[in-house]
Design a protein around this ligand. Structure first.
Ligand SMILES: [Zn+2]
Ligand SMILES: [Zn+2]
Length: 367
């Protein structure tokens, strides 16, 4: 079988739409016909080279679609099921899985970074040579192969272009607030950086019934959008931001601060804005080899600092929960989509993302 996929051959170069070959499914594989795939900053980081992956590779890690076929031994999903793909499939029985930290699953991490599926092999070829899998998903394509634990069944009523967002941006933001930090009703929350993940932190805080929800960004347009996602206050990210947050939180600072800007200055602002004894959660990313310096005094006061990759996700538990919240009108997904594009427009979509013009562009397929 062959299908169209957006392939990254070289860092700094556009993606090429190619027809890639698919090997026979292995035991435990699920073949998903993609309905929609969101463009995420992490894809862009690979294209720009701030995170290194083996090339060529098919990017995309925010996909939803229909199960087309399953390999031997698959029992959790069947052809025809609607699924959201998880970029953290996990084995369920390694050192970290046994300690309830599936994000660190050993076979997942060992192979994910090598662009392989967790059994150590690839399934794709181009001109007789292997093509790598990104984040065990590679959803910027007509089809993807994921392990069984990476295909999570969701209600058929949720459209694919909205469902796919659950798989990365929504889970990461809402999960960081609801699952990881477990923000309590009545709490004060600040969110620095109001892109896709930040907006989802804001709506996570609203879902948790936080009382004071402060959006912080340099861009007035993003702050205006933040209000629609639950921010009760909007603060410009300048020298006055720390004072503004303190004024809104009885002089203490916020109970929980989420950094989703991926900038050193935002990480420092996070520490200045969290109250003593509060929680600071880093969601943003910077180049992995870059050093970050922080004012030591801002670390004092029994603050808990956590780096979150996937918002404490337990996809089998959380994806159906988030999908149902959307269907019940509690979770905003439509508003996250800035534009819908075809696969051949994917480079223009990433260019717009790099310029900061869009929250999410979603590649849609007839499915
Ligand atoms: Zn992502
Ligand atoms: Zn594991």
């Amino acid at each position: 079988m062959e299908f169209r996929a957006a392939v990254l051959h070289e860092v700094g170069k556009p993606l090429a739409i190619e027809r890639i070959g698919l090997a026979d499914l292995h035991r435990g594989d699920v073949l998903v016909r993609i309905g929609a795939s969101g463009l995420c900053h992490t894809d862009l980081e690979v294209m720009q080279g701030s995170v290194a992956y083996p090339l060529p590779i098919v990017l995309g890690h925010e996909g939803a679609g229909v199960v087309q076929a399953v390999g031997e031994g698959v029992t959790q999903v069947a052809p025809g099921d609607h699924v959201v793909c998880s970029w953290n499939p996990h084995c369920g029985h390694c050192f970290y899985c046994e300690r309830d930290q599936p994000i660190l699953c050993e076979p997942f991490l060992a192979n994910q970074r090598q662009g392989r599926l967790p059994d150590g092999a690839t399934r794709y070829t181009l001109g007789g040579r292997p093509v790598h899998h990104f984040s065990v998903m590679s959803s910027h394509a007509e089809y993807c192969v994921v392990p069984e634990s990476g295909a999570v069944r969701v209600p058929r009523e949720i459209p694919f272009d909205r469902a796919c967002l659950i798989g990365c941006g929504v889970m990461t933001g809402v999960g960081a607030v609801a699952r990881l930090a477990q923000v309590e009703a009545g709490a004060s929350v600040a969110v620095i950086g109001c892109g896709a993940v930040g907006l989802n932190c804001l709506q996570g805080a609203r879902l948790q019934r936080a009382e004071t929800i402060i959006a912080i960004d340099t861009d007035p347009a993003k702050l205006a959008m933040a209000r629609g996602f639950g921010a009760t206050h909007a603060v410009r990210a300048d020298e006055s931001a720390i004072e503004a947050v303190k004024t809104l939180t009885a002089g203490r600072g916020a109970d929980c601060v989420f950094e989703s800007a991926g900038a050193e200055a935002a990480m420092q602002l996070m520490l200045e804005c969290v109250r003593p004894g509060g929680q600071a959660v880093i969601l943003g990313k910077t180049n992995v080899n870059r050093r970050v310096s922080l004012r030591f005094g801002s670390l004092m006061g029994e603050k808990r600092i956590v780096r979150s990759s996937y918002g404490g996700a337990r996809p089998q538990r959380d994806f159906p929960w988030l999908a149902q919240l959307y269907l019940d009108g509690e979770l905003k997904l439509d508003e996250l989509i800035s534009r819908r594009i075809g696969l051949e427009e994917i480079n223009a979509g990433f260019d717009a993302m790099a310029r900061g013009e869009i929250v999410r562009a979603v590649v849609t397929f007839a499915c």
